[in-house]
Design a protein around this ligand. Structure first.
Ligand SMILES: *[C@@H]1O[C@H](CO)[C@@H](O)[C@H](O)[C@H]1NC(C)=O
Ligand SMILES: *[C@@H]1O[C@H](CO)[C@@H](O)[C@H](O)[C@H]1NC(C)=O
Ligand SMILES: *[C@@H]1O[C@H](CO)[C@@H](O)[C@H](O)[C@H]1NC(C)=O
Ligand SMILES: *[C@@H]1O[C@H](CO)[C@@H](O)[C@H](O)[C@H]1NC(C)=O
Ligand SMILES: *[C@@H]1O[C@H](CO)[C@@H](O)[C@H](O)[C@H]1NC(C)=O
Ligand SMILES: *[C@@H]1O[C@H](CO)[C@@H](O)[C@H](O)[C@H]1NC(C)=O
Ligand SMILES: *[C@@H]1O[C@H](CO)[C@@H](O)[C@H](O)[C@H]1NC(C)=O
Ligand SMILES: *[C@@H]1O[C@H](CO)[C@@H](O)[C@H](O)[C@H]1NC(C)=O
Length: 247
């Protein structure tokens, strides 16, 4: 008769468990990475600090972000539509704009006024929720045969609550129009309800929350496996104990 409880399988099971956890973490991490592939050719845009002050000198809109413009336009040298991806350089970019009770805008103008980018935010006063409702880009870059213009005033991005800031560390793509999309990096913005030149508490975007999900999933899976092994071990011990008594 065999004695299953004699050589304890616990250490073996724990080793297997760690291997499993490592494999799980690896596969989860890679599967989430592929959804946010980095653009190696250009590199990440530098993060800029942009503010808007109202007439009495108080800061009424704050934004910290890296911006990358993805523009398709008719190239005058190539005579066809080309795709151009450009990083906004914060030290060459000026910010201005306006703040009202239920609308606010941030206008970014680069050196020589070759690029004017406007973000328009709307606040729903009854629900105390704000969002990015419009984007306008006008540009006159060297290879453009005619000035570029794209706008969309029915957007619904960067949704936040009055008095709080909206934050997205991960790269996020804002599709504006057929010929314009904007990639944002390490974004934090607050278009309404700023007190004391400081961001309010941050509300994180879904992408960031997904990122935090990886360790949570791995941790939960690990805890579950530990429990299973423990239960199996205890059952095994009880059985072998019972076995001794009948002999
Ligand atoms: C941007 O603002 C943050 C917080 O106010 C500050 O720590 C940082 O030095 C600023 N960066 C630049 C380049 O001004
Ligand atoms: C500045 O103007 C804003 C709105 O226009 C107002 O809420 C605020 O109290 C004013 N601050 C000062 C110091 O006047
Ligand atoms: C730019 O947009 C095009 C399609 O509009 C897309 O295929 C390309 O991946 C985008 N590039 C970047 C760097 O976002
Ligand atoms: C490029 O030019 C063609 C015709 O010349 C026009 O139909 C098209 O809308 C233009 N594309 C852009 C992005 O301006
Ligand atoms: C702006 O920043 C870039 C990169 O940090 C640097 O190469 C460039 O010299 C700066 N330009 C000015 C005008 O400060
Ligand atoms: C503002 O929010 C309220 C409550 O959620 C909603 O009923 C209303 O339609 C919203 N107003 C606008 C202009 O979106
Ligand atoms: C950007 O705005 C400035 C000031 O309003 C204007 O002079 C300039 O022509 C604009 N540039 C483009 C490319 O539209
Ligand atoms: C504006 O954005 C909305 C929502 O993303 C989209 O459905 C619509 O087609 C866009 N309009 C234009 C003119 O691109």
């Amino acid at each position: 008769m065999t004695q299953p409880g004699h050589s304890h399988p616990l250490s073996l099971s724990l080793g297997l468990l760690l291997l499993l956890a490592a494999a799980l973490h690896q596969s989860l991490a890679t599967s989430l990475q592929t959804t946010a592939a980095p653009h190696k050719d250009l590199g990440r845009p530098e993060r800029g600090n942009y503010t808007v002050t109202n007439s009495n000198g108080t800061v009424c809109l704050m934004a910290r972000m890296g911006l990358q413009l993805n523009v398709s336009f008719n190239s005058s040298s190539q005579g066809k539509t080309v795709l151009d991806v450009v990083n906004l350089q914060p030290n060459l970019t000026k910010s201005s704009g306006s703040c009202d009770t239920d609308t606010a805008s941030l206008v970014l103008t680069t050196d020589g006024e070759k690029t004017n980018l406007t973000f328009s935010f709307s606040l729903n006063v009854t629900s105390s929720k704000y969002h990015l409702s419009g984007v306008t880009l006008s540009a006159l870059w060297p290879d453009m045969s005619v000035p570029f213009n794209a706008q969309n005033s029915s957007l619904d991005y960067l949704r936040g609550t009055l008095g709080r800031s909206y934050m997205c560390r991960e790269e996020q793509t804002l599709d504006v129009a057929k010929e314009l999309s904007i990639n944002t990096f390490q974004l934090q913005v607050q278009p309404f309800g700023i007190t004391g030149d400081q961001f309010g508490a941050a509300e994180e975007c879904q992408l960031d929350e997904d990122d935090m999900l990886i360790p949570i999933i791995v941790g939960a899976a690990l805890a579950g496996l530990v429990l299973i092994v423990l239960v199996a071990y205890l059952i095994g011990r009880k059985r072998s104990h019972a076995g001794y008594q009948t002999i």
